[in-house]
Design a protein around this ligand. Structure first.
Ligand SMILES: Cc1cc2nc3c(=O)[nH]c(=O)nc-3n(C[C@H](O)[C@H](O)[C@H](O)COP(=O)(O)OP(=O)(O)OC[C@H]3O[C@@H](n4cnc5c(N)ncnc54)[C@H](O)[C@@H]3O)c2cc1C
Ligand code: SF4
Length: 324
């Protein structure tokens, strides 16, 4: 059952921040994750602050220097179908089209997708685990076949759930925010928080701070990008293993680029070992094989999720073949 809370729908960002800064408040964008969290008792809130009257935060605009600005309230369906995103940043359109089901993509927003809570079954259940303020991680000694193999430090082994964050990080996108201390602009890559820094928060957002826009830089003319996600069920499911790849190419040679994994770590996980294996190289079969092997560097799989190493090797091999 949903707990009792008051509901406000401010018409300006200033009022939104004011309501949020009073404490005990949560943002409602599309509500597809928030309402489930409230029903499951994951969050304790007195007030729900709807962003739905902030019409300026919807839509996609081209910037003067050839980049894009996407409003935080733009739906995931719009992100997956926008012609400029499809043409210039295909990995983002592909990531958005892999989110949940059509109904959830129509209702869910890009800002909400970046801030959604983790899907660990202990966290979503009745366990007062470390992330909820308790003392231990139940998944470490329990069921962890879908959990992280990188970056968890055996503290909290969630996988970051968003399918849009890895492509945004691969594209060097930035998040713009507004809060009680004013505006900030941060790389998406630094927006999510590793358990070693704080196992009880998922993002660097401060109390009262709202994502307003996502900025995408102008892509290099010879940029090729792609997102691939492997999941247990075809209908809808979170990533078991996935990769967003954005490469600046000169013919079939990689000048530079980013590879960011999903279903891998508590944050979108930059696979620098793969980037190092392909930078400056021709994307031939031998390079692709070496890069696929390199993805396992630094992994710390647990007894039930070692299979993910092979999944990631396969995903990297397929993706590099797809962009060459
Ligand atoms: C059955 C199911 C399957 C799913 N499968 C996938 C999947 O495969 N891949 C995937 O990526 N996602 C998946 N999701 C998650 C879904 O994408 C999110 O629920 C959705 O993107 C959240 O968007 P929203 O606008 O509804 O956010 P809300 O539910 O409104 O908010 C989510 C969280 O973000 C905060 N928030 C929202 N907007 C902002 C903002 N502008 N600034 C700061 N904080 C904000 C809220 O306070 C809340 O904590 C699934 C969800 C469900 C229910
Ligand atoms: S993985 Fe994280 S969220 Fe899941 S039980 Fe462990 S501490 Fe809790």
């Amino acid at each position: 059952m949903l707990p009792q809370f008051s509901y406000v729908r401010p018409e300006t960002l200033k009022d939104t921040v004011k309501h949020l800064s009073a404490g005990g408040a949560a943002i409602h964008a599309g509500g597809t994750d928030l309402l489930g969290c409230l029903r499951d008792g994951i969050m304790d809130v007195d007030k729900v602050v709807s962003l739905s009257a902030l019409h300026d935060l919807r839509g996609v605009k081209e910037t003067a220097d050839g980049g894009l600005i996407i409003g935080a309230l733009t739906t995931i369906t719009e992100v997956s179908e926008n012609p400029m995103i499809l043409k210039k940043y295909p990995c983002l359109a592909q990531g958005a089209s892999e989110v949940a089901s059509p109904q959830l993509r129509n209702q869910g927003t890009l800002g909400g997708n970046l801030c959604q809570k983790p899907r660990c079954w202990y966290y979503r259940g009745e366990f007062n685990c470390l992330r909820k303020g308790g003392d231990i991680c139940y998944a470490l000694g329990g069921e962890h076949q879908f959990h992280a193999i990188f970056g968890h430090d055996r503290i909290c082994i969630i996988t970051h759930p968003s399918d849009t964050a890895p492509p945004l990080a691969a594209l060097a996108a930035k998040v713009r925010t507004m809060g009680p201390d004013g505006k900030r602009t941060l790389p998406v890559e630094t927006f999510h928080v590793l358990p070693r820094k704080n196992p009880q928060v998922e993002t660097v957002l401060k109390p009262g701070e709202v994502i307003t826009y996502i900025e995408l830089p102008r892509p290099a003319g010879n940029m090729r990008s792609s997102y691939r996600k492997v999941r247990a069920r075809r209908s809808w499911d979170f990533a078991l293993a996935g990769a967003a790849i954005a490469l600046e190419m000169d013919g079939d040679r990689v000048i530079d680029g980013r590879v960011v994994l999903s279903g891998a770590a508590p944050v979108p996980w930059r696979a620098q070992s793969v980037e190092n294996a392909i930078r400056g190289k021709t994307l031939d079969d031998a390079t692709i094989k070496r890069a696929a092997q390199a993805v396992a560097e630094g992994a710390d799989p647990l007894p039930e999720n070692t299979y993910k190493l092979d999944l990631f090797k396969g995903v990297i091999e397929e993706e590099l073949n797809a962009v060459r």
